[in-house]
Design a protein around this ligand. Structure first.
Ligand code: HEM
Length: 499
């Protein structure tokens, strides 16, 4: 009995010491207010329940800057949108450790030279590589469109044309078209492993992503059997040598594979890195799903975009000198104001991301209005774009989707114009341009060559349990019907502006 009591007392003392060492903190002068929370998980439960509502409540009570705790991580939130540029520029706010946390905790690998890899990732999806990538993407998308218009959801031959409408979930359809094109544009074609194909990856990513926030915070993947099972499937990839030989493999995967091999990184590291690259590209798939949903859900949005795409095709047809597909250049489809506004509005309502940085040394951070706050080395500092995107002072009726909200518009907070009203890509995403162009090309082509409609009564909304993900997934898929148009002018991606 005495032994048990001593044992329990030792555990209690151990836990108390651990609490004071790793969790408890007293606010120092000039530090932001600490939001009270649960003894163990801090503000985790309120954050997980509905992050935007929780942060708006805190903002009302504590102002534009305050500190929350998720498990043992203290995060200072800066909710003043005018201070975005100061935060993005601050040298002691470092993204590298956050990136490492994702690589290590979620995808189970380390990078020997992360900076070099990231700077190359930026180069290989921009400049001249952007056009090569887009060219490959356009070809892969054409194949995917051809497949869904000739094969039904069970793989049987079925022409979706005339009175033959095909039916599928909108997410499933977007995965069979856009995600499939993304997958082949990244990894090229080949038949090394049966499971290394877009549909298997789409389904297993879906299961795996459910646990992303828990894994990111450091909970071991073994706690979640479904995540472990999905990760096992996702890890079945061609060997690095096979990957390098796949026809159509992207310049970035070629570079990263060769670079990691040259640095003696293991096959497992290479597999993990491939996954993280597909994971960032997966955001384009989520975005495209939502844009399509909003277009199909709202007649005015559909009609406005339909007219814009039709006008473009007619303009091009009038000036075409040859028969065959109409060449459309990046400049032409990137500058369509309605399409651009629909995509921005979709990003505004579906973005769920944290723009988070590790604080490498104690610092006095200056807000845009001149207020100063002390921040501690080892904490994290973050902006929370969804809280800005849903601020009624900046965006009137923030819960309502308005397709033309961003056409020639300016946005204000406290009477001052915002330099960056939409911060869904954070300040560092190198894939922003690529991703937006892919989404636009996908939509222009879909609107041009397919009839698509939502099945009566189908509705969905953002799943707020996933706040923290770049783009929120839907709570459920919706059924759509689609068919190839009987008459349409085929479009071709033009790598250069036509003279
Ligand atoms: C809708 C699509 C996308 C969204 C919403 C998105 C969003 C983001 C966000 C919010 C960040 C964190 C940035 C920060 O904290 O400042 C990020 C980082 C990153 N994104 Fe994207 N992204 C998208 C597509 C892509 C694509 C297509 C690629 C690759 C081709 C990509 C590559 C990356 C990389 C490599 C980083 C890490 C940057 C670094 O460490 O410096 N993203 N993205």
């Amino acid at each position: 009995m005495v032994a048990v009591t001593v044992y329990l007392a030792a555990i209690a003392i151990g836990l108390t010491v651990a609490f004071f060492k790793f969790i408890y903190r007293r606010r120092r002068p000039n530090e932001p207010e600490i939001v009270p929370g649960n003894l163990l998980w801090g503000n985790g439960a309120e954050f997980a329940e509905h992050a935007v509502n929780f942060l708006h409540r805190c903002q009302k009570k504590f102002g534009d800057i305050f500190t929350i705790r998720l498990l043992n991580q203290y995060i200072t939130l800066v909710l003043d949108p005018h201070s975005y540029e100061n935060l993005a520029r601050e040298k002691v706010f470092d993204f590298d450790p956050i990136q490492r946390q994702v690589n290590h905790n979620v995808f189970n690998f380390e990078l020997i030279d992360a900076r070099k890899m990231l700077s190359e990732a930026g180069k290989k999806v921009n400049g001249r590589f952007l056009t090569t990538g887009m060219r490959n993407f356009a070809d892969n998308l054409k194949n995917a469109f051809a497949k869904v218009s000739t094969v039904d959801e069970n793989g049987n031959i079925y022409q979706t044309i005339g009175d033959n409408w095909g039916q599928d979930g909108l997410r499933d359809l977007t995965s069979k078209t856009l995600f499939s094109a993304l997958f082949y544009t990244i990894f090229g074609q080949g038949d090394a492993i049966e499971t290394f194909e877009p549909q298997t990856f789409y389904k297993n990513f879906d299961s795996f992503h459910k646990y992303f926030n828990y894994l990111w915070l450091g909970l071991p993947v073994k706690l979640f059997p479904k995540a472990t099972a999905a990760l096992n499937v996702l890890s079945q990839q061609p060997t690095s040598d096979e990957m390098l030989k796949r026809p159509g493999v992207s310049d970035y995967i070629k570079f990263s594979t060769e670079f990691m091999k040259a640095n003696n990184q293991s096959e497992q590291d290479i597999v993990g890195h491939n996954l993280v690259f597909l994971h960032v590209n997966y955001n384009t798939f989520r975005l495209a799903f939502w844009v399509l949903y909003h277009i199909l859900d709202d007649r005015a949005t559909f009609m406005a975009l339909h007219k814009e795409v039709q006008d473009l095709v007619e303009r091009k047809t009038e000036t075409a000198t040859e028969n065959g597909p109409l060449g459309i250049s990046i400049e032409e489809f990137d500058k369509l104001p309605i399409l651009d506004s629909i995509i921005r509005e979709t990003l505004r309502v579906t973005s769920g991301v944290f723009m988070v940085r590790y604080i490498t040394q104690d610092v006095e951070f200056e807000m845009d209005n001149g207020d100063k706050a002390l921040m501690r080395e080892g904490d994290r500092v973050a902006m929370y774009p969804p809280a800005i995107h849903k601020d009624p002072e900046i965006f009137e009726d923030p819960e309502i989707f308005k397709h033309d909200r961003f056409v020639d518009a300016k946005f204000y907070k406290n009477g001052k114009e915002l330099k960056n009203p939409l911060v869904a890509f954070g300040s560092l995403c190198p894939g922003k341009k690529y991703s937006l162009l892919q989404t636009k090309w996908f939509l222009v082509n879909l609107m041009n060559s397919f009839d698509v409609r939502l099945v009566e009564g189908q509705k969905t909304e953002c799943d707020v349990n996933y706040y923290g993900h770049e783009i929120l997934p839907p709570t459920n898929d919706v059924q759509v019907q689609y068919r190839l148009k009987e008459k349409f002018q085929e479009l071709d991606f033009l790598a250069r502006r036509q003279c």
